[in-house]
Write a protein that binds this ligand. Structure first.
Ligand code: CTP
Length: 135
């Protein structure tokens, strides 16, 4: 059994999120996803998530490719999470390329390419623009 672990905020779920989760799951037999807490997201992105951590966990947990979710409380705990969930492979988006190589001593670290032309930020900006245009 090969366990894959990955992390992210997954706010305003979009196809880029789905694809990286599907590709992560395809690397092994079990996919565990650490969903950023509201506080961690705020510290990383300087913006409040649209959906709460419980809602984001519920959405991600119910994707067919995801086996288990937990709330990621701190970036400093990555090593503990990898060990707790006995992950064999850590997947990150290639926007983080090289940044997690320190975990090569306990798991394989894979950086997968992001889906082009979509992000939570772009979706929020798109919808904000539409709302502004109709005002
Ligand atoms: N991701 C991806 N392709 C995209 C957007 C995100 O593969 N187009 C991946 C990221 O690399 C990460 C995971 O999805 O591994 C969660 O990313 P997250 O930061 O939650 O989503 P973004 O859309 O990048 O959010 P934001 O615009 O707020 O930075």
């Amino acid at each position: 059994m090969t366990t894959v672990i990955t992390f992210g905020t997954f706010d305003v779920l979009h196809v880029g999120h789905l694809r990286i989760l599907q590709r992560s799951r395809a690397l092994g037999d079990r996919l565990v996803v650490g969903v950023s807490s509201d506080a961690l997201n705020m510290s990383k992105k300087n913006r409040q998530a649209v959906f709460s951590q419980d809602e984001r966990c519920e959405l991600v947990a119910n994707l067919r490719c995801v086996d288990e979710v937990f709330v990621e409380e701190s970036l400093e705990l990555k090593r503990q999470y990898i060990e707790k969930y006995a992950a064999d492979i850590l997947v990150m988006g290639d926007d983080w390329a090289g940044r997690f190589d320190e975990f090569n001593d306990i798991c394989r670290v894979e950086y997968l390419p992001r889906t082009p032309s979509i992000s939570t930020t772009a979706v929020i900006e798109h919808i904000s623009g539409m709302a502004g245009g109709n005002a």
